[in-house]
Ligand binder design. Sequence first.
Ligand code: KIV
Length: 266
Amino acid sequence: MSNAPRRVTILDLAAAKRDHRPLSMITAYDWPTAKLVDGAGVDCILVGDSVAMVVAGRDSTIPATLDQMIYHGEIVARASAHAMVVVDLPFPYQHLGVRSAIEACARILKETGCQGVKLEGTAGQADVIAGIAAAGIPVMGHVGLRPQAVHQLGGYRMQRDGDRLMADARAAADAGAFAVVLECVPQEIARTISAALEIPTFGIGAGPHCDGQVLVFHDLVGLSLERVPKFVRSYADTKTTIAEALGRWRRDVESRDFPGPAETRG
Ligand code: KIV
């Protein structure tokens, strides 16, 4: 029998919900971050379209392309062994009809080796979720603040319409999503939705009552160069550590301290 670690599946996520075991998901986009996140033992790795912002420096997730998501998804799926890898469907495939969405998700699944896709949407995208799930592709919903719709929502702001949020999350679950992200949702609304749905909820800026939590890697380790949202807890100050290391190296080069005998061959 193989000693390779078994990957988390949607059945494990469903069991965690039944057993009230909190779930964890962190984003990753490249080989070293995927290895580190996977090694931390989280349940899921999200190859988020946030890559457009935190890696490529764009001011929204909208510019992320299908080819870019596949490029990053393939690296992360190959680098990881334990976590379920979920790749974001970039804008606007979930709005182009069921067939286009299935085609895009199938490319993601086939070309990356990931185990699921995530798409942002309201109850209006329930038919798309149903089509993707019927094609045998595990699909995660994403309701509340939908960053791909930032301009329509009037900015990155809390979403407070409880009935609407419940309808969107319920529609995703009924259509066959295996989990749903609740982004920037008041904690009491997130609590009500999480209690009502049979599938796990992953909260980001949605308080402590979700079935799981998700954060962007760069925010969590203090590597984001832009202002981080208030709901983030940074567990390290990686940005400062790297800046200090780079500065020390430059000074060592300028003083001819680097390379020294230890770094010199011959
Ligand atoms: O793209 C992303 O990183 C996301 C998370 C913020 C949930 O969708």
